[in-house]
Design a protein around this ligand. Structure first.
Ligand SMILES: [Mg+2]
Length: 146
């Protein structure tokens, strides 16, 4: 049985902050705007890394949709369809990521249960895991995959 990897969307796969800068909105505000999640660009290396992980693991997108902006659910699914079509039916929305059973959670943040995740929380864009390459390299090494 393959191990399970969850991947966060905003600022992990998709460039949330880049879109905020482009629109000139405060990062705390972007997620509340209808249409905001359309047109987010992939983070550098994200799509390639997702593909690589899919070769060895069961990979799911685990994202939180702002309660106040239900359009975000649709817009995030559309983003996944556009950039990661192989994630078909592997998208999970939750404010409680710790309730998902699995081995790895790649997430830039501690919130919405990420910090309490019972597998290993790989905090991307931290000092330890500054890039997607560093994340993939770490996981493959830990799993003894060449
Ligand atoms: Mg995030």
């Amino acid at each position: 049985m393959k191990k399970i990897v969850y991947i966060d969307l905003d600022n992990t796969l998709a460039d949330y902050l880049g879109k905020c800068a482009e629109m000139g909105v405060n990062p705390a505000e972007g997620k509340h705007i209808e249409g905001f999640f359309r047109g987010l660009k992939p983070m550098p290396g994200a799509i390639e890394s997702y593909g690589k992980l899919c070769q060895y693991f069961d990979v799911y997108i685990l994202s939180t949709a702002p309660w106040s902006n239900p359009h975000s659910l649709l817009e995030k699914v559309e983003w996944v369809k556009q950039y990661l079509p192989s994630a078909y039916k592997n998208v999970i929305f939750s404010h409680h990521k710790d309730l998902n059973i699995g081995d790895y959670l790649i997430d830039d943040a501690d919130k919405n249960g990420a910090k309490e995740f019972r597998g290993q929380h790989i905090k991307i864009h931290s000092d330890k895991f500054p890039t997607w390459d560093s994340v993939v390299e770490f996981i493959l090494r830990q799993e003894n995959i060449a």
